[in-house]
Write a protein that binds this ligand. Structure first.
Ligand code: GDP
Length: 447
């Protein structure tokens, strides 16, 4: 037994001595044939991530613009945490080739991964990798919505260019001679002041020249302005409104003059002034007019009452007044039909509308005749008919911005005795303003 144990020990010892020798010899043989020993895979961080070697790194070793010589793998940066953020993935598809003849596009720069800040000497590496900023940098604070500036009041001076141009020849005169008078006469007639009124104005001016010893053209212009302002003065231009009742303002005039637009503009102004507005679409013959008024009412925040197509316009006004009374509204703006003013039945219809508007709880304060300034003397004829039928309290002269016939304003007031209360100087909501005769005359005759 003892002998057996000794034999086993000897065999094991012999194997332990022989095995390393056999391995060393085999290794020596392989080395002699130039074989490399099996290598250990490189440690993480021994290679730079592929994103760091993007095409933007031209000129660097390994980059497309490099020499192509193999380079030694960079040493691992031990200061960096092992979980360095991966570089963004490269596009899978190659960018399309540049068009023939086009200069080569500059290579896209691969975005740099954020560098980890160097650890202070002696400091232990952080246990956790710094958080990778994946979210986009915070957006700059949103700009505050611009505060809407209060609308600038339209200026006659800016909008009466066409009418003013008629007077340029007269205004360029330096002395008073026959040509000066001719120029002035022509300008007044072309501005649609009317022949009769023009003659009266010139006669008055000639007598002033004689009596006041006016000798220069600028003095003549001043005298003309003074005369025109005087003829337009002394009129009640206010829009009447009685607190505590349902005020009704009716708008009359032929189709296309700007009634509906004017109601929209006035509604906006009145609502802004704190009044509660109901709009009444009493032109039941034109669906488009009611639709247009509906748009304005939405814009203004006003109630709208409209009737059936072809229905009774008086009933629409009646309903609008009732609606206003029940909802505590204090102003009804009534649109009316405007088919040919020469038709007797239209005038009869308007008279009926007027009667309904006068009935309590309604309180008819204004019947405003809307006249399109571009129609010139024709507007005057319309004004007479409407005034006779429904008792107009004032005129809204629209489209003064687009016409040379601004002189009609002078004719309307001096020939009919109806005050111009408002003027339209453009299509936008803010282009309605009160008629200021001094500003109007100064704008018309501005040098
Ligand atoms: P209605 O048929 O009398 O109701 O007329 P609308 O209100 O429908 O207006 C007819 C056209 O005139 C529209 O295109 C308006 O925009 C335009 N309009 C109204 N007032 C003015 C204004 O003062 N100046 C200009 N240039 N256009 C205006």
């Amino acid at each position: 037994m003892t002998i057996l144990v000794v034999i086993v020990i000897l065999v094991v010892a012999a194997f332990l001595i022989a095995a390393p020798l056999t391995y060393t010899r085999a290794r020596a043989r392989r080395l002699g044939r130039g074989e490399r020993p099996p290598s250990v895979p490189p440690a993480t961080g021994g290679r730079r991530p592929p994103g760091r070697q993007g095409p933007g790194r031209q000129g660097g070793p390994g980059g497309p613009g490099g020499t192509g010589a193999p380079s030694a793998p960079p040493r691992p940066d031990l200061r960096r945490p092992p979980s360095r953020p991966p570089a963004p993935p490269r596009p899978v598809t190659a960018p399309p080739p540049p068009p023939v003849g086009a200069p080569p596009a500059p290579p896209a720069e691969a975005p740099e991964a954020p560098e980890a800040p160097p650890a202070p000497p002696g400091a232990a590496p952080p246990a956790e990798a710094p958080a990778v900023p994946t979210a986009a940098p915070p957006a700059p604070p949103a700009e505050a919505a611009p505060v809407e500036a209060p609308p600038a009041k339209p200026r006659f001076r800016d909008r009466l260019g066409k009418a003013r141009a008629l007077f340029s020849s007269f205004l360029s005169r330096t002395s008073i001679d026959d040509e000066t008078w001719d120029d002035l006469e022509e300008a007044l007639i072309r501005a649609d002041v009317g022949v009769k009124l023009t003659t009266a104005l010139l006669d008055d001016l000639r007598s002033r020249v004689r009596s006041e010893g006016i000798t220069s053209a600028p003095e003549l212009v001043e005298a003309l302005k003074e005369g025109l302002k005087k003829s337009l003065a002394a009129a009640d231009r206010g829009l009447h409104f009685e607190p505590g009742v349902v005020n009704v303002w009716l708008f009359v005039g032929v189709n296309g003059v700007g009634k509906t637009t004017t109601i929209g503009k006035i509604g906006r102004q009145q609502a802004a002034a704190g009044r509660k507005v109901v709009m009444a679409a009493a032109d039941t013959f034109r669906a488009a007019a009611a639709e247009q008024l509906e748009l304005w009412s939405e814009r203004v925040g006003a109630d709208l009452v409209r009737g059936a197509e072809g229905g009774d316009p008086g009933a629409v006004i009646f309903d609008a007044v009732q609606r206003a009374a029940s909802r505590g509204a204090d102003l009804v703006l009534g649109d009316t039909a405007g088919r040919l003013h020469t038709k007797v039945n239209l005038m009869e219809e308007l008279k009926k509308v007027r009667r309904v508007a006068e009935r309590p709880p309604g309180h008819l304060d204004e019947v405003l005749l809307v006249i399109d300034a571009t129609t010139g003397q024709n507007g005057l004829a319309q004004a007479r008919q409407f005034a006779d039928a429904v008792g107009v309290t004032g005129v809204v002269l629209t489209k003064l911005d687009g016409t040379a016939k601004g002189g009609i304003a002078i004719a309307i007031q001096t020939e009919l005795g109806i005050p111009i209360k408002l003027v339209g100087l453009g299509e936008s909501a803010d282009d309605l303003t009160e008629f200021d005769p001094d500003e109007f005359v100064d704008a018309l005759l501005a040098a």
